[in-house]
Design a protein around this ligand. Structure first.
Ligand SMILES: [Mg+2]
Length: 125
């Protein structure tokens, strides 16, 4: 892991989930910034504005644009930098679809800090 702290894009329509995730990430010590987005369309907008994200944490079920659709839009857009995406969901049946749509990792909610950190470290070297 590089010395530079990570910039994370956290995408979830549930504001409480977002706050919990952000506070979990900020406590790890290796995350410097967490930007929040409330649906897939919002997340694509953030990625267009700022190519500097190190990792995206993505919910699946969201209004406007869900996580699977967001992944498909992101992975199809050659103009966007392609950060690793970890899907966080309560629905294990979505795993194959998420990975096929371009997710790099998959974790079940509620997410434990240990598992999330292991996954992030596995993807970012
Ligand atoms: Mg949701």
């Amino acid at each position: 892991m590089a010395e530079k702290k990570l910039k994370v894009l956290a995408v979830d329509d549930d504001m409480i989930n977002l706050k919990l995730l952000k506070s979990m990430l900020m406590k790890t010590g290796y995350v410097g910034e967490v930007v929040e987005a409330k649906n897939g369309a919002d997340a694509i907008g953030e990625l267009k504005n700022d190519p500097d994200f190190d990792v995206v944490l993505l919910d699946i079920i969201m209004p406007v644009m869900g996580g699977i659709d967001m992944l498909r839009v992101l992975r199809a857009d050659e103009n966007l930098r392609q950060p690793p995406v970890i899907v966080l969901t309560t629905d294990e049946t979505k795993k194959a679809e998420a990975l096929e749509a371009g997710a790099n990792g998959f974790l079940m909610k509620p997410v434990r800090e240990k598992d999330l950190s292991a996954k992030i470290h596995q993807l970012i070297v």
